[in-house]
Structure formats: structure tokens, C-alpha cells
Design a protein around this ligand. Structure first.
Ligand SMILES: C[S@@+](CC[C@H](N)C(=O)[O-])C[C@H]1O[C@@H](n2cnc3c(N)ncnc32)[C@H](O)[C@@H]1O
Length: 288
């Protein structure tokens, strides 16, 4: 059974420490889909094995079957299960074209409406994305206390803790220009040599919360001015994407902007959203 799973994977079936069958993979797939909405491709069998093998080792279990029984009895393990299987790739100012557009949007709204502005970053991973939003806000208003607050959330509690700590290896900052590095980061010394910490000026604009986009309720008030939901919809199937868009769009102000990832397009949701820039949307039916 395991032989089928070993094709193209990092750990061959013979070298595996734990028995892992096609049925085990299917069970992981279905659990992850139920819990996080993530649709795993059949090609991910080996990845699933290596990521969950760490959990089995940590819990001193000897088979995937035992792990499923453990999950059944210990609901809190579901958090580790999900953390192990999410893909958290991100970077500062990823998909850079979105940020000048956001800056102009915030400036215009504030000029016209003079009220606090709110952004929800729905899959914030290790924090590079919400801190990039905060840097954009500080720069757009040329002020360390811009009228902007950012809710940064993710389903994965481990990446969320990293984001809240705001500490990064210096190479993660390599794409930032010197001015941004100096203005927004403190270089670590001693045991933090080789790292940098985000300054409080940015952190004070952010609030971090664990939110599963699949949960029936979100602790988020409507009237948002922008939603960043980038590079997470790709893990969901079309019905889930449509359902989410149908819940997220009503949380936006009529002129609010919805930012999607580079490979996420919502041509199938023309009744909900209208494309107004490169992977940027607004409510369908609202005049530009
Ligand atoms: C590839 S990262 C994208 C990070 C960032 N948005 C970006 O574009 O750079 C995808 C993130 O989505 C999160 N995620 C996956 N399923 C989720 C769900 N059901 N609810 C909330 N976040 C989820 C993962 O934990 C991960 O941190």
C-alpha cells in the first residue's frame, strides 16, 4: 500500500518509520478539509507523511491509526494537526503592486471621511503581510500613528505567535530597502544577533487573533475598508471559495477593497465582486 504513496515523495515507503497507507492519507485529507477547508492534492501524500511523522514521534505513537485514535480522544491535538499541515509561505511586500493601491485608497477615504480606517488581513501567516500593511499606512499618512488599525488572523496558532512576536531573521528583510529597515526594525544584539524586531510603532497598529475562515462565526465587525485574503483561497475548492466570498464581501464598506493573491481569480463570482485592478476587487454593482 505504502509503495503507491512513495512515488515522487521525500521518504520512500521502505524507509518509513511508521506504517502509512493510502487510506491513512485519505483520512488526513478529509479531516483537514472538514477542519480548515483545505483541499489537499493527491500528490501531497509524502508531504503529509513527513509533517505528521513529527507529531507521531512527539506523542510516542507507532502508527497513523493510533494517531487518528489519539486525535479522536484529544480534541486539542487538532490544533497541532492543522499547524503541521498548513503552508505558510509569505514575505514582506509580497505582490508589491497592491501596496501603492492600498495607500491611495486609505488616503482618499480619510481625506473624504475623516474616520478611523480598518483592515482585516485574513491569512497573515508569520506576519510579513500585516506588517507590510502597517508600514504602508505609516508611510501613506507620513505619521507614526496613522488612523488605521489592522486585524491580523490565521488558523495556524504557531505562525500567529511568530507574527505577534515580530522577530525575523535578517535575511527575511532582504527585500526591504534600507530606509524601511531603519525606520521600522530594531537589530538584535547578543543572543538576538542576526535577527531584527519590528518596532512598537508598527505593532501598535495591529491586533492578532486566531480565526478559522471556515468557522461559522468570525469575531469581526463589518464596515471594513479593506480585506487582504491573499494566497489562501487557492487551498480551498470552488464551492468553499464562493461561500467565503459571499461572507467576506458584506463585511466591507460599499467602497471597500478586496485584495486576492496572484493566482486567485473570481471570474465565477461576478455576482459578488468586480475586478478593478490586478487581483483587486470591490463589490459588484458599485460605481467606480
Ligand atoms: C501561503 S500562506 C499566505 C500568507 C499571506 N497571506 C501571503 O499572501 O503571503 C497561507 C496561510 O493561510 C492560512 N490558512 C489556511 N487555511 C486557513 C483557514 N481555514 N483559515 C484561516 N487561515 C488559513 C495558513 O495557515 C497560512 O498561514
Amino acid at each position: 500500500m505504502g509503495g503507491v504513496l512513495s512515488r515522487g515523495g521525500a521518504v520512500s515507503a521502505e524507509d518509513r518509520e511508521f506504517a502509512y497507507s493510502a487510506a491513512d492519507f485519505e483520512q488526513v485529507r478529509s479531516l483537514l478539509y472538514q477542519r480548515a477547508g483545505i483541499s489537499l492534492a493527491a500528490s501531497k501524500a509524502s508531504m503529509v507523511y513527513s509533517r505528521l511523522a513529527r507529531r507521531l514521534r512527539a506523542l510516542r505513537l507507532t502508527s497513523f491509526r493510533q494517531y487518528f485514535a489519539y486525535l479522536h480522544e484529544h480534541e486539542d491535538e487538532l490544533e497541532q494537526f492543522t499547524n503541521a499541515l498548513t503552508t505558510n509561505l509569505t514575505s514582506f511586500f509580497r505582490e508589491e503592486h497592491h501596496f501603492p493601491m492600498l495607500a491611495a485608497h486609505l488616503q482618499r477615504l480619510y481625506r473624504e471621511q475623516r474616520r478611523p480606517l480598518r483592515i482585516w488581513c485574513t491569512a497573515s501567516s508569520t506576519g510579513e503581510e500585516p506588517y507590510s500593511l502597517a508600514m504602508t499606512a505609516v508611510e501613506a499618512f507620513d505619521c507614526s500613528t496613522p488612523p488605521v488599525t489592522i486585524l491580523a488572523s490565521d488558523i495556524d496558532t504557531k505562525v500567529l505567535a511568530h507574527a505577534a512576536a515580530g522577530i525575523y531573521e535578517l535575511e527575511r528583510l532582504s527585500g526591504l530597502d534600507e530606509q524601511r529597515k531603519r525606520r521600522f526594525f530594531l537589530r538584535g544584539r547578543g543572543s538576538h544577533e542576526g535577527q531584527a524586531r519590528v518596532k512598537d510603532e508598527l505593532r501598535q497598529l495591529l491586533q492578532f487573533r486566531q480565526i478559522n475562515l471556515l468557522a461559522p462565526d468570525w469575531p469581526v465587525k463589518g464596515g471594513l475598508d479593506a480585506i487582504f485574503c491573499r494566497n489562501v483561497m487557492i487551498y480551498f475548492d470552488r464551492p468553499t471559495q464562493l461561500q467565503l466570498l459571499g461572507r467576506l464581501m458584506p463585511l466591507l464598506q460599499p467602497e471597500g477593497l478586496f485584495f486576492a493573491g496572484h493566482s486567485e481569480s473570481f471570474g465565477h463570482a461576478g455576482h459578488l465582486v468586480k475586478l478593478i485592478g490586478r487581483t483587486v476587487y470591490r463589490h459588484a454593482g458599485v460605481a467606480p
